[in-house]
Design a protein around this ligand. Sequence first.
Ligand SMILES: C[S@@+](CC[C@H](N)C(=O)[O-])C[C@H]1O[C@@H](n2cnc3c(N)ncnc32)[C@H](O)[C@@H]1O
Length: 260
Amino acid sequence: MEINKIYNENCLETMAKMPDNFIDLTVTSPPYDGLRTYNGYSFPFEDIAKELYRITKQGGVVVWVVGDATINGSESGTSFRQALYFKEIGFNLHDTMIYAKENPIPLTHNRYEQSFEYMFVLSKGKPKTFNPLKDKCVTNGSYNHRRNTGRVAEAATRNRDEKTYVKADKFRINMWYYTVGNNEDTTKHPAPFPEQLAADHIYSWSNEGDLVYDCFGGSGTTAKMAHKLKRNWILSEISSEYVQISEKRIAPYLAQTSLF
Ligand SMILES: C[S@@+](CC[C@H](N)C(=O)[O-])C[C@H]1O[C@@H](n2cnc3c(N)ncnc32)[C@H](O)[C@@H]1O
């Protein structure tokens, strides 16, 4: 099967071409709850979930970014139902992460404003790759009270007559903040990923040379960031208009020999 290519078709047709255990990582966001109108999609969720399980390698990961619509004053709960269905067909719900928006659009005013989506990290067995991102510790260098007081600290420092100090960095937590609409490339697609969100997942759950898939390719963000991070990629996108947008967007990066 040809890789580093956008397939202009229903993702079920693309996945039907793939052998079992083929993809290292899928990073994707489905069309959810009819919140936006894309150019003529159909969304048979359960068939797509089962195919994703079949084509994912043992230890591979699917990152499913999704939110709920509010219908007649009640959230749909679609995201939870989908996460539970993924578990039912064999995926491990490895981590329920949050994509928090730094600039949410104020919507209703009878509750706190909606400002996040779920990022379900689903794995086929134990994830084979984890390259954790780290963040700076704001109190870097200061005396580490938690390490140096109490029973845990005693165990850690019992044989050493020394104090411990806060390190320069720490593992990132599972709530990630991004600004919506702040991408390097602007496109006419209504719901592109923040580029950094795609890049952060691709870096975390795959290695250079791995094969990354996006079954709902949209404006091509996953392909662009996979290419920049030296991964191979495949996209499916049902709308020819969005395929054209993606191809135009990705072309300059594919032409570059040195990345970043
Ligand atoms: C939420 S958007 C994805 C946006 C994408 N993450 C990006 O960064 O641009 C969902 C996309 O899925 C496409 N789509 C809907 N049903 C599809 C299907 N069955 N197969 C392939 N693509 C589909 C829609 O046209 C839409 O562009």
